[in-house]
Design a protein around this ligand. Structure first.
Ligand code: AHG
Ligand code: MN
Ligand code: MN
Ligand code: MN
Length: 334
């Protein structure tokens, strides 16, 4: 691994090392790299062309879809489908999973992908960072047969790879294949990602807490107590509060600086808001690979057995000691 190595070079180097057996995962990550560049191009010109604002439809989450939600979804689906490198895709923007099959390639691929094509879509119209999240599993059903729901409903600990793209002040692609976390920054002039953040690591503890405090009144007592703890003057506290409202951007900042991200359940949303399969699991995998942790308040996120594609879960993620302290508060006052 060399700093300033391109993502393309990095993928080839890793393929020839021990990690990937057939090269299929390398091709898949290459396709995600390409789709990320296409979406980046669209996001960058969002204020210039008519792609901001509502699409005029509601998705399966009950959310008003933004034009860029739909565009990013289509670009990722197209790029992955055209290259015939996955056997199935599930997306936040579509009710059911997509099974990929063609005359030349009858369900021959072994990976399924789950994506949040555009994360933080409420931030598009105000020129604040948004992202993409992806999660990759090996299928459970046999090669040569159509994928089934079972292939997608795997616990997060089965992930083969996961990552995100942050379309921020610069565009970065950060991912893991279970051997640490590496971050690549796009040089927009030549359209190439360079390794800029090798071996990303959380600090054991941090000074940032990130939560939508407007929902405070609806939070469980343990979360309320933890937030008050963050604000107390003692030891290295009070902590700093930072909340962008894009999971990808909030997570990225906390991984670099040290901190905790909280999206609790509330009396309004008993399972929280974030989706287990394409938001929490990939972020939890990256967090653990970077020395952090992720919990639903009581259990490790990666151990949860999903029962539905669009299932939600409370989510607490970040520096290990901070998540452990939050869990202690939850145990005391669930
Ligand atoms: P998405 O835009 O993919 O639907 O995700 C929105 C999520 C996440 O990005 C963010 O952290 C969270 O919603 C913000 O929710 P609140 O506005 O309730 O704080
Ligand atoms: Mn959404
Ligand atoms: Mn999201
Ligand atoms: Mn989204």
């Amino acid at each position: 691994m060399r700093k300033n190595q391109t993502l393309g070079e990095f993928i080839i180097e890793k393929q020839t090392e021990f990690q990937y057996s057939s090269g299929e995962l390398s091709k898949l990550i290459n396709a995600i790299r390409l789709a990320a560049k296409v979406v980046n191009h669209e996001v960058n010109k969002a204020g210039l062309v008519d792609i901001t604002g509502s699409y005029g439809d509601t998705n399966i989450q009950g959310e008003e879809q933004q034009k860029l939600d739909v565009l990013a979804h289509e670009k990722f689906i197209q790029t992955l489908t055209n290259r015939e490198i996955v056997c199935g895709i599930a997306s936040e923007e579509e009710e059911s999973f997509i099974s990929i099959n063609s005359l030349d390639n009858r369900h021959q691929n072994k990976y399924v992908v789950l994506i949040d094509p555009l994360d933080g879509s409420s931030n598009i119209d105000v020129n604040v960072s948004v992202g993409t999240i992806f999660s990759i599993y090996r299928r459970i059903t046999p090669i040569g047969t159509p994928v089934t729901l079972e292939d997608f409903l795997q616990p997060g600990k089965n992930q083969v790879a996961a990552g995100y793209v942050v379309y921020g002040t610069s565009t970065m692609l950060v991912y893991t294949t279970g051997h640490g976390v590496n971050g690549f920054t796009l040089n927009p002039a030549i359209g190439t990602f360079y390794l800029s953040h090798p071996n990303m690591q959380y600090t054991e503890t941090g000074k940032i807490y990130s939560v939508n405090e407007g929902n405070y009144i609806h939070f469980p007592q343990g979360v309320k107590d933890y937030i008050k703890y963050c604000q107390q003057e003692e030891d290295d506290r009070p902590y700093t509060s930072r909340y962008i409202g894009s999971l990808v951007s909030d997570f990225h900042r906390n991984m670099i600086k040290g901190g905790i991200y909280l999206y609790p359940e509330s009396s309004k949303a008993p399972n929280g808001k974030l989706r287990l399969l394409y938001e929490c699991n990939p972020m939890a995998f990256i967090a653990e690979q970077a020395g952090g942790s992720a919990s639903d308040g009581f259990r490790r996120i990666l151990d949860l057995q999903p029962s539905a594609l669009h299932q939600r879960t409370p989510f607490f993620c970040g520096s290990r000691k901070m998540v452990a302290t939050l869990e202690a508060f939850m145990h005391k006052s669930p």
